[in-house]
Design a protein around this ligand. Structure first.
Ligand code: NAD
Length: 303
């Protein structure tokens, strides 16, 4: 059993399975979420309920967060009821995707209260969170990273991105841009091939045996598009948030991203057509609508 008290704020799609793994590995957890149903599920597994982020940071030395947007993370970290005012917290580990500027801002502010911030955004989706196979892109002071490393290792593979606050976030943003760009262009290719008369399953077989292989052809298309379930587990709103954050950072740095800008427009249109809560694999439906065809249903060949 761990002697260090741990807190976890944000028990959503990603947070709940991550918090569950930390509990299962023997850590006691103090948890908080606005969604009481999610809190109740963790309490049933042995976690202690808290009434606010401040309450968590009065009880835990290491506080993890998995929250939807940079603004929510800012409020939870630095707001009037935020963990900056906590009596016990020493290290804040942000597993959310917030972008490097927010990570730096939070790190600088928390430092005034002697709290060390570590940015550790994750990749691998809800399935990876449940299985403990996430990629964790960690940035922060080496000693603090070493302290939380065993906990992070229960969540997946820890990859150090450096000591500078925000470097994990930069890595995450560019990773997700590559992922959604692959999804968008693979969807275009799939719809074109089907309209020409190719079987979608044959197309995936060729992509994955050839040079078109990518994370969409290997996983997203067979899992969520061909079976027409559109349930990969990542919303259009979150993908749009990540893409916007990436393009904003790139622009601020003077790095042109014309391909990324086109993908942002595709996401904007997916968002307008299917709504922010629609799975981002709905990008394929947008292309289908424009092309005037539907990719025929195939069962998940990876099953
Ligand atoms: P989610 O919306 O499912 O979960 C967010 C949770 O935060 C919800 O339970 C919500 O009730 C809670 N919350 C919101 N405001 C709060 C507040 N002020 N105080 C306490 N709790 C609050 O989001 P998610 O899909 O779990 O994503 C979490 C983070 O992880 C995001 O930053 C996202 O970009 C990133 N991420 C998501 C995925 C994915 O596949 N879903 C993959 C990698 C990274």
């Amino acid at each position: 059993m761990s002697q260090t008290s741990i807190g976890f704020i944000g028990l959503g799609t990603m947070g709940e399975p991550m918090a569950t793994r930390l509990l299962a590995s023997g850590h006691h957890l103090h948890v908080f979420d606005l969604n009481t149903a999610a809190v109740d599920r963790l309490v049933a597994l042995g976690a202690s309920v808290c009434t606010s982020a401040l309450d968590v940071s009065n009880k835990a030395e290491i506080v993890f967060a998995s929250l939807p947007t940079p603004n929510v993370v800012e409020k939870v970290a630095l707001g009037p009821d935020g963990l900056i005012h906590g009596e016990k917290v020493k290290v804040f580990v942000d597993l959310s995707t917030t972008g490097p500027r927010m990570a730096k801002y939070i790190s600088e502010n928390l430092a005034t209260a002697d709290i060390i911030a570590i940015d550790s955004p994750v990749s691998g989706g809800a399935a990876g969170a449940a299985k403990g196979t996430l990629a964790l892109m960690v940035a922060g002071p080496a000693q603090a990273v070493q302290l939380v490393q065993p906990m992070l290792q229960t969540l997946g593979k820890v990859i150090s991105c450096g000591e500078l606050a925000g470097l994990g976030q930069t890595m995450k943003l560019v990773n997700n841009l590559v992922s959604v760009t692959a999804l968008a262009v693979s969807s275009e290719a799939l719809v074109m091939g089907v309209k020409a008369g190719l079987d979608p399953q044959v197309m995936l077989e060729v992509f994955n045996a050839g040079s078109g292989r990518n994370s969409a052809t290997v996983d997203k298309l067979p899992r969520a598009v061909l079976p027409r379930t559109f349930d990969f587990g990542f919303t259009t709103a979150l993908s749009l948030k990540d893409t916007r954050l990436c393009l904003d950072e790139a622009e601020a740095m003077g790095v042109p991203m014309p391909v990324g800008s086109a993908v942002r427009q595709v996401l904007n249109m997916t968002n307008a057509t299917f709504g922010p809560d629609a799975d981002f694999t709905r990008i394929a439906c947008l292309i289908e609508q424009w092309a005037g065809i539907e990719v025929p249903t195939r069962k998940n060949v990876n099953d």
